[in-house]
Ligand binder design. Structure first.
Ligand code: GLY
Length: 403
């Protein structure tokens, strides 16, 4: 049976040779393909099941401030720049696709329990202040007046109005629709091999044997990015999977809104977040585990998440638990993404987004589309070159290998 492909009935026929092939149909790959097609490129995207990996598991937090870390100020600037683009990105996407993307700008409340947790939060508040980020320290009582279901044990908090959220699954659906409008061909197939000739990436071979050739190949395959056969050793620094177990609960209509905004906390040293959706879903996440390509859900992971979330909001104990899964974040050596031309001519990276894939979708898409069109990375996305770790590919092409 032929692999199903997505096109629209009145689409101009896809050219035999696209200008760019995007490998990977998570949020990053989908948005890159959309923006590149809007810039006039003929684009093909390859993924056996678009939007089914980390983009499906994610909670959709757009949280540059509450996820800020010392020593990652350059990444923070990129995160903030992407967050600023979100409202226009979503408005345009919803206009084009006719599909809501589930963006809400209701802020985030970070809270603490014991003195250790309070110290972590106070550090974060000081960091925000130093960087000029808008966040307001609150007492436990003030936290509960914002979120009445918070535990009486919550001692302090930080209200961050600029940290928002999006329904990542709705965003995937909207992007897939937008791709059909832009005549992007989606090959629902696995990439068997990156094709390299004379040390230049020239296309991909699909698992069904077909080959696609293009001037540029964009690697946007998340944690699989450096496992693709044919990728020359050293062309990219290693991308590793970082497991995150995540839960979904269902809030009955009579109890919506259960929470008015995303709530996150350090509960006796353990991080947890609760993200409420308009339609009643409550996402609780996420573990951070170095377990390789393992997506097994464990009793211990679920227990720890529920224990921490229950500590914050005891009423979650009444809610049906509707989904338990594990996703794999693409971790890079410095937790920041790899954006732009790689050491292998013809190959462009859009991967390694680690905890910030959903947040960094708009700026990554704009930057990579610009790179594909002009060969230049825009200024606000510079500094994330895949070669910043000094990786260089060894000679790879068959010709070179035989020489
Ligand atoms: N950005 C949240 C997470 O990776 O768990």
């Amino acid at each position: 049976m032929e692999a199903p492909e997505t096109t629209i009935p009145h689409a101009r026929p896809a050219p035999a040779r696209p200008d760019a092939i995007v490998v990977g149909g998570g949020l990053i790959g989908l948005a890159v393909a959309w923006r590149a097609a809007q810039r006039g490129l003929h684009v093909a995207l390859v993924d056996p099941e678009p939007g089914s990996g980390a983009s499906h598991a994610a909670a959709g937090m757009l949280a540059p401030a509450t996820e800020a870390h010392y020593g990652e100020e350059r990444l923070l600037r990129l995160n903030l720049a992407s967050a600023r683009r979100y409202p226009d990105f979503v408005a345009e996407l919803e206009g084009v696709s006719g599909t809501p993307a589930g963006y809400t700008a209701r802020g985030t409340l970070a809270v603490a329990f014991d003195s250790g947790d309070r110290a972590v939060l106070a550090d974060l508040a000081a960091f925000h202040q130093r960087l000029g980020l808008d966040s307001e320290p609150l007492s436990g009582r003030e936290c509960r007046s914002l979120e009445p279901l918070l535990s009486p044990d919550v001692q302090s908090g930080l209200h961050v109005r600029g940290d928002h959220q999006i329904d990542n699954r709705m965003l995937v659906a909207a992007l897939l629709t937008a791709l059909t409008r832009e005549h992007v061909t989606v090959h629902r197939e696995r990439v068997a091999e990156l094709l390299v000739e004379h040390d230049v990436a020239i296309g991909v071979r699909l698992a069904d044997g077909r080959t696609l050739h293009a001037d540029r190949v964009v690697l946007a395959a998340g944690c699989q990015s450096t496992s693709i056969p044919g990728l020359p050793p050293g062309a990219l620094p290693p991308i590793r999977p970082v497991k995150g177990q995540i839960l979904r609960l269902s809030v009955p209509a009579s109890a919506v809104p259960f929470l008015g905004r995303a709530v996150r906390g350090v509960v006796r040293g353990r991080q947890v977040y609760l993200v409420p959706r308009e339609h009643g879903e409550l996402v609780v996440g996420a573990t951070v585990e170095e377990q390789g390509f393992d997506t097994q859900v464990t009793a211990g992971g679920v227990y720890e998440l529920l224990r921490a979330a229950h500590g914050l909001v005891p009423d979650i104990g009444e809610l049906p638990l509707t989904e338990v899964r594990a996703g794999l974040r693409p971790g890079s050596p410095d937790n920041a993404p790899l954006l732009g031309p790689t050491a292998l001519p013809g190959l462009v990276a859009a991967t390694g987004h680690f905890r910030n894939g959903v947040l960094l979708t708009p700026i990554t898409a704009d930057a990579i589309a610009e790179c594909l069109v002009s060969g230049q990375m825009p200024e606000d996305a510079q500094g994330f070159e895949p070669q910043r770790f000094g990786n260089e590919p060894r000679r790879f092409s068959k010709k070179a290998a035989l020489a």
